[in-house]
Design a protein around this ligand. Sequence first.
Ligand code: HEC
Ligand code: HEC
Length: 188
Amino acid sequence: MVTNRFPTIVGALVVLAAPLATPANGAEGIDAKVQICSSCHGENGVPINAMTPIIWGQQEYFIVKQLHDFKSGDRENPIMAAMAATLTQQDLRPAARYFAGKPWPARTAPVAAVAPPNNIAVCRICHQPNFEGGLPAPRLAGQSYDVLINAMNSFADGRRTNNADMVKLMQERSPEEREAIARYLSSL
Ligand code: HEC
Ligand code: HEC
């Protein structure tokens, strides 16, 4: 059973249920507050460099949780900690909705097809068969290789601990397996 194997997802949903259930009072003026985000995440949804994740068209719940985690320090990144600090708790959901509601940016250059690695069936349980994500897991399809490999290695070596399932899943895989997965997902 998925629910038995991955109890931390349920825990995370319970923790975040309260802020998600409150009305989006911070919605007013959110457009102005998120202007600064485009300087890195891109005016048109294409980030300024390969280390910066695409957030246009990303899953809303995932964005809320990341902003929450950057704020609290559960996910450590100095730049994003400073950025998340410019938003109030009430801003997080409207900000997430703002970006989730945008289209995922189209590819600017064609990418060669990569055969799926044979150990990724489990990933589809949460990230969905097409890797476009869903509640609560993020979209991975088309994210850059650098973002994906950095995220996976960070989970594996303890630099990113804001999801226990992901830490365990990544520790179970070799560096070579993680690279193959990142190559495949970035090609989608
Ligand atoms: C100075 C550049 C910069 C600015 C400005 C910036 N970000 Fe980021 N953002 C990044 C980088 C770099 C990362 C990747 C951090 C990491 O590697 O953990 C990131 C990560 C994120 C993530 C996690 C995405 C994922 O797939 O893991 C979200 C969500 C996010 N930013 C939202 C925002 C929002 C909302 C704003 C505006 C309030 C913003 N960012 C402003 C550089 C920036
Ligand atoms: C039990 C559900 C579940 C399974 C199975 C799962 N993931 Fe995840 N994954 C998540 C969740 C939830 C997150 C967001 C964690 C957080 O809050 O930062 C995530 C985050 C990620 C991220 C970081 C994305 C980003 O932009 O920050 C990557 C990369 C990733 N998963 C890859 C994988 C791969 C590869 C597999 C298969 C080996 C996998 N996941 C299996 C639930 C899952």
